[in-house]
Design a protein around this ligand. Structure first.
Ligand SMILES: *Cc1c(COP(=O)(O)O)cnc(C)c1O
Length: 430
């Protein structure tokens, strides 16, 4: 073993046992990692060629203020996004405050009173419940006369095609399809699966707008949902496509008509895309996007490393150690609150920011139980950075994601195990 490496890990609280076990696990992952590197290589070229095609230059980094008319950086950024996602149009703005906001924008842009929205993939992400009005909420789509139905997935996690056909009515205007499992235990869908679902829906009624919540999915595959028929693809810039550098923002890529409607909803009827100063964030948007394939590469490798390490120790991992990946989230089930807390402490102690802080479970608004969260991020709340969170109830599952580099993601996982070892919660023989 490399003496220097052992020494620096030692000073950072990683025991010899944890280090050796980690290195053994990593040895087995070479082939997996090569496959991920190939995807990254493709995506890096996809991003680079979009930037070159649109003649990105330093002038595009200049800040605009006030109304933000003629912001050439903003216009170029949106063209670059449209090229990467192979869509006619894109809206990429710092005025979008988070992923939830981007999703609300996309839905409220398209839906009108009397329309019906369907989720053909079961319960959507928590924050979507208030947008839609599944949980009563001020300003929800329900308040505006938009109705909602959801079709549960089948027992094995696949689409209930018969149920979806039965659910579609004359009023059905839009489908909301969530790619990532988010904080559920269902599988994350591959882009290919999403394509099959969209094809099925469009065969029934080609006018139904299919929107995909792409959060945590960007650059995990060489195709995106917009390559398989999605009318709108939506995500957050403090996740994958911001590459850890975007300080805020969201995107909607899609058809001209859909994106246009989103512009008018974001600003005002009559104004649309013409206003929206970028205040100097353009360089970080571009540079983050440029880095994003590499950052996603590290996060994916970290997730795979985590699954292999913890599955080897006997814990249930979703996805499991060998499954293909369709997002960057790793769930690990401990059935033990002490282990969940120790895991999150380890992740926190591994952070570049706030590493001296100890996370504790608390009653977070919007959740029906205590939640523990570990994050020490440069961008507040950015879950493309190393982070973990867990609702404090059975089965005591931790959701782990991010890491701006593989080395950091791996260290976070090593540190989580080291913390459990320290607290006497695991026995690492060998
Ligand atoms: C993160 C996420 C959201 C919401 O994004 P926020 O930025 O937290 O508002 C929506 N859907 C999925 C699947 C997500 O992972």
């Amino acid at each position: 073993m490399n003496k220097n490496l052992e020494e620096i890990y030692g000073t950072m609280g990683i025991s010899e046992k944890v280090l050796r076990l980690s290195q053994e696990v990593e040895q087995t992952l070479k082939k997996r990692f090569e496959k991920i590197d190939k995807i990254t290589e493709y995506n890096q070229m996809k991003v680079l060629s979009a930037m070159q095609k649109n003649k990105l230059s330093e002038a595009h980094f200049a800040p605009t203020t006030g109304y933000g008319y003629n912001d050439i950086g903003r216009e170029t950024l949106e063209k670059v996004y449209a090229d990467i996602f192979h869509t006619k149009a894109a809206l990429v703005r710092p005025q979008i405050t988070c992923g939830t906001h981007a999703l609300y924008l996309a839905l409220s842009a398209v839906l009108r009173p009397g329309d019906e929205l369907i989720s053909p993939v079961g319960k959507p992400y928590d924050t979507m419940e208030e947008i839609i009005g599944i949980r009563k909420s001020t300003g929800s789509l329900a308040e505006y006369g938009v109705s909602y139905k959801q079709v549960e997935l089948l027992e094995d996690g696949s689409f209930d095609y018969d149920g979806i056909r039965d659910a579609i009515s004359d009023k059905t205007k839009m489908m909301t399809i969530q790619r990532s499992k988010g904080y559920l235990t269902r599988p994350t869908f591959s882009v290919k699966q999403i394509g099959e679902l969209i094809t099925f829906i469009k065969e029934i009624n080609s006018d139904i707008i299919c929107m995909v919540d792409n959060c945590y999915g960007e650059f995990v595959d060489i195709i995106e949902p917009s390559d398989v028929g999605a009318d709108m693809v939506v995500g957050s810039l403090i996740k994958n496509p911001g590459g850890g550098l975007a300080p805020i923002g969201g995107y909607i890529c899609g058809t001209e008509e859909c994106v246009d409607k989103a512009y008018y909803r974001l600003t005002a009827p009559g104004l649309g895309s013409e206003v929206g100063a970028t205040l100097g964030v353009n360089k970080d948007f571009f540079q983050g996007l440029f880095q994003a394939p590499q950052v996603v590469n590290g996060a994916l490798k970290g997730a795979i490393f985590a699954a292999n390490l913890y599955e080897g120790l006997g814990y249930e991992c979703t996805p499991d150690a060998t499954e293909d990946r369709h997002d960057i989230i790793q769930a690990i089930t401990f059935h033990d609150p002490d282990k969940v807390v120790a895991f999150c402490e380890g992740i926190q102690y591994a952070a570049p920011v706030d590493s001296y802080v100890t996370p504790t479970p608390w009653a977070m608004p919007g959740y029906d139980c205590d939640v523990i969260m570990a994050a020490g991020a440069f961008i507040s709340g950015a879950s493309i950075e190393l982070s973990a969170d867990a609702p404090m109830h059975e089965p005591y599952t931790v959701y782990f994601q991010g890491g701006l580099s593989y080395d950091h993601a791996r260290f976070g996982i090593m540190k989580s195990l080291a913390r459990m070892e320290e607290k006497g919660l695991v026995d690492l023989q060998k």
